[in-house]
Design a protein around this ligand. Structure first.
Ligand code: UDX
Ligand code: UDX
Length: 502
């Protein structure tokens, strides 16, 4: 099916076109009615480039909440697009299947037709990946912007009328300037508007976060055309988010706020993780400390759960990006301050693996170690920067024999992350926690999946080599009960058992 619409599109000024787009909001708002989906001429067309963890769910939500808008999600990866068009979506998110089913084929379309999508769109979201650079200037810190740049060049090549281009990908401050200059370099004389609209959804709760966000942040140029573009995007979100939750700022504040939000969240985790080490030495309990300090309304209770280390595609990447920016702008003291958040996280992951090693009499060579959880957090199949990867690698280096179980992460992904073959002699892939634990010397809880709380630990204990150890990297289980069964237990941030001091 062609993505082009039959009707002629006149090349109006950007301002006039966006003002037209705004007309939809009052109609749907004041009469409380949504236009009928079939057949329909969309009031607006949105194209999202990048059908990943951010682009896919965000567009599914816009399509579900705005049946009068046509949303095309395009991606170079044909396999991923095929999955979005199938019953087996490429990412697991509670509630996402229903959302996609509701809108797909009605006003939500997934395809590889990138150029057609751009050509027909009024608003283009850029949701491609911006990984940390692994080479050259800024290696291991700066964001690799080659995909963002290539998208900007494609837009410049294909667009025949002014577009609103929305940076959804997390990018360094001032990227909008670079995009503008690429867009402005074409000879067509079109004046596109670039907006920053960072996404704050967390994986595992994406649908909930998207349908009821704390805030929507939109940054734009402080000019008449820029403000009109901001208002056009506000009108999309206003279909389901109250206006007082839609914050508008200048471009640079919006771009920077995303990095700062993630840096503050990561910093809280590194802070409580640093205290977890002190708790283990002093006999304090990190969960009690977290509760005590979190009850102070100035501190608040969220993001104070000690863990084996934070993972995910954003925290490390964004903090490193912030560190790089501070260095770039001649602020080495600020850079060093934020860099410590990452160093503490790396230390926490290695510290956990070392604790396992020391406790198991300083050798895990040939010992079967059950790893429960490979995703970077529960309710997602995403393993990017998962603490599990680092702990497993450290243990494999010590020649442990791992049996890994995760409810949602598949064998190919685990193999890729650990650099092993599916028939590796050192890694077994279990289909249940009980199977992973059978014959193991130790059980490691690395992801806080709910199902791990209610395992049959009596049976698991019987099936394990004695002394049977549990290393709880999420402080998830009922440790008193486990000890009653006979387990030896180490948990992040809890007083060290005598045997673990070995
Ligand atoms: C990505 C970024 O990692 C993150 O920084 C940003 O905030 C939002 O976008 P995510 O959606 O999790 O997050 O990335 P990913 O799942 O890797 O999806 C990106 C998609 O873009 C991939 O499917 C990739 O095939 C696609 N892509 C990439 C293109 O379609 N064109 C390109 O030129 C590059
Ligand atoms: C994060 C931000 O929360 C979100 O706003 C942004 O858009 C993307 O990055 P995400 O990475 O999906 O979201 O998950 P999040 O819930 O923030 O967890 C990140 C990591 O921190 C996970 O590994 C999690 O287990 C860990 N974590 C979180 C802790 O160790 N302790 C906590 O108290 C909270």
């Amino acid at each position: 099916m062609s993505l082009f619409w039959a009707h002629e599109r006149s090349v109006e000024s950007a301002f006039v076109r966006w003002i037209h787009l705004l007309h939809w909001l009052p109609i749907t708002h004041f009469f409380g009615k949504q236009p009928q989906p079939h057949p329909f001429t969309p009031a607006m067309r949105i194209c999202c480039i990048g059908a990943g963890y951010v682009g896919g769910p965000t567009m599914a939500m816009i399509a579900a909440k705005c049946p009068h808008i046509r949303v095309d999600v395009v991606d170079l990866n044909a396999e991923r697009i095929a999955a979005w068009n199938s019953d087996e979506l490429p990412i697991y998110e509670p509630g996402l299947d229903d959302l996609v089913r509701e809108a797909r084929g009605r006003n939500l379309f997934f395809s590889t037709a990138v150029k057609e999508g751009i050509h027909a769109a009024d608003i283009i979201f850029v949701s491609v990946n911006t990984p940390t650079k692994t080479f050259g200037v800024g290696a291991h810190k700066a964001a690799d912007l080659r995909f963002v740049e290539s998208v900007a060049r494609t837009i410049a090549e294909v667009a025949e009328n002014p577009k609103i281009i929305v940076e959804k990908s997390t990018i360094p401050v001032k990227t909008a300037e670079a995009i503008q200059s690429i867009l402005g370099a074409d000879s067509k004389g079109l004046k596109h508007q670039v907006l920053s609209n960072p996404e704050f959804l967390a994986e595992g709760t994406a649908v909930k976060d998207l349908s009821n966000p704390d805030r929507i942040l939109i940054g734009g140029e402080q000019t008449e055309a820029g403000l009109a573009a901001v208002e056009a995007l506000v009108s999309v979100y206003a279909n389901w988010v109250s206006r007082d939750r839609i914050l508008t700022t200048n471009l640079w504040s919006s771009e920077l706020s995303k990095l700062v939000a993630n840096a503050f969240l990561a910093q809280r985790i590194s802070s409580i993780n640093s205290i977890s080490a002190l708790c283990e030495k002093t006999g304090a309990d990190v969960d009690e400390v977290a509760r005590a300090i979190g009850s102070d309304s100035r501190i608040g209770p969220k993001f104070l759960k000690a863990s084996v280390g934070f993972g995910g595609s954003c925290f490390q990447k964004d903090v490193l990006n912030l560190v790089y920016l501070c260095g770039h702008f001649g602020l080495p003291e600020v850079a060093a301050y934020w860099d410590q958040v990452i160093q503490m996280n790396d230390w926490q992951k290695h510290r956990f693996a070392e604790r396992v090693l020391h406790t198991l009499f300083n050798t895990v060579t040939g010992k079967r170690i059950a790893v429960l959880g490979f995703a970077f957090k529960k309710d997602t199949n995403d393993t990017r920067e998962s603490a599990s990867i680092y702990v497993c690698r450290d243990l494999l280096e010590e020649r442990a024999s791992l049996s890994i179980y995760d409810p949602k992460v598949g064998v190919p992904q685990i193999c890729k992350d650990l650099g092993v073959q599916p028939d590796s002699p050192n890694v077994e892939f279990a289909t249940s926690a009980a199977q992973a634990a059978a014959g193991a010397h130790a059980l490691l809880i690395l992801t806080e999946w709910d199902e791990f709380r209610s395992l049959d630990f009596e049976a698991i204990y019987k099936s394990m080599v004695k002394p049977a150890w549990v290393f709880d990297g999420r402080s998830l289980l009922d440790h008193a009960k486990l000890r009653q069964i006979g387990f030896k237990v180490y948990s992040i941030g809890k007083p060290l058992p005598v045997e673990a001091n070995a």
